[in-house]
Design a protein around this ligand. Structure first.
Ligand code: NAD
Length: 297
């Protein structure tokens, strides 16, 4: 592992802190983004000029890109690079089941391993190197994958052999996360509308059966502080839920609450494009004329 050169592509809200941890473990990390990060390139890293430059210079490239379209474009450039050194791509992006399978099979044609490896834990988790990674690929490459994921993760799980299996796991998680935020906002707004202090309502719920990550983390840290800056945007959540929708329809599994959830977040995103997901709380209180409310149903 120590002789391997590592690259990182996509230094956005998640990728910048993740790459910072990788650079601490692998000085000389080669980084690339189409935009220079606001906080600059991570200490100990070197900026590449293109994705092809990364492919020519490193053995393993880690990706953190917005979606399947960006990931497919970057992987196409990586695998087409002349004098390619790259032999393994670890993609931490949430791209969906179908895109992951398609990208993996393109990489396989040129003998590059594509590891489907999305992460959970948000920007705070990335900053603290406390993410959870789920990955799917041949177990034979564990020795390459695990130590790199360990630089920014608290927990890693190998969930299967085939690309797409980790995406399915990640989408299942984000479905629950999306429903937890939306349902918690409606629940706390309901209690507040009946005169209960929202902080008291959350304190009670956190000692009761309704407890979830929105009530334990997002309400105390983002809503009650007025920050509304969890780092997870409604556009990204909607992307994940639409990918979930595709995967559920494809698999033929039950998706009644899921399809209503997609509609709910699509309506929120249309009214408040790119907002932090925690702003859903403001939108379900009576003050927002664009809010999706019980009256509309
Ligand atoms: P982001 O938009 O902040 O970052 C994406 C980065 O990719 C940007 O810096 C962008 O310039 C770069 N990029 C786009 N196209 C590129 C290209 N062709 N070549 C090089 N760089 C390119 O997104 P994010 O919030 O950091 O999320 C990244 C991924 O992680 C997404 O797939 C997201 O679904 C997933 N994710 C996000 C969170 C979260 O809380 N933000 C949590 C878990 C997983």
């Amino acid at each position: 592992m120590s002789n391997q050169m590592i690259g990182f592509i996509g230094l956005g809200k998640m990728g910048r802190p993740m790459a910072t941890h990788v650079a601490a473990a692998h000085p000389g990390l080669l980084v690339f983004d189409v935009v220079t990060p606001a906080d600059g390139w991570p200490v100990g890293s070197t900026a590449a000029t293109s994705a092809a430059h990364v492919a020519q210079s490193v053995d393993v490239a880690i990706l953190s890109l917005p979606d399947g379209i960006a990931a497919a474009a970057v992987v196409t450039e990586l695998i087409a690079a002349s004098n390619r050194r790259l032999r393994c791509i670890i993609d931490t992006s949430t791209v969906g089941v179908e895109a992951s399978r398609t990208i993996a099979s393109a990489a396989r044609t040129v003998d590059v391993d594509y590891v489907d490896a999305p992460v959970s834990g948000g920007v705070a988790g990335a900053q603290a190197a406390r993410l959870t990674a789920m990955w799917a690929a041949d177990a034979a490459i564990s020795a390459v994958v695990e130590p790199l994921l360990d630089t920014f993760c608290a927990k890693t799980f190998r969930v299967g052999d085939e690309a797409g299996m980790a995406q399915a796991t990640k989408l299942a998680n984000n479905y629950l996360s999306g429903i937890a935020i939306a349902a918690s906002c409606e629940a706390i707004a309901l209690a507040a509308a009946h005169g209960v202090d929202p902080e008291v309502a959350v304190a009670v719920i956190n000692e009761s059966t309704g407890r979830n990550t929105a009530t334990t983390d997002k309400f105390p840290q983002q809503v009650f502080t007025g920050q509304f800056a969890s780092g997870f945007s409604s556009s990204l959540l909607l992307k994940d839920l639409q990918l979930c929708d595709d995967a559920a329809v494809d698999a033929g599994t039950g998706w009644a609450l899921g399809s209503y959830l997609v509609e709910t977040w699509a309506r929120f995103e249309a009214a408040h494009p790119g907002s932090d997901v925690t702003l859903m709380y403001r939108s379900v209180t009576a003050s927002d004329p664009n809010a999706p409310s019980a009256k509309e149903r």
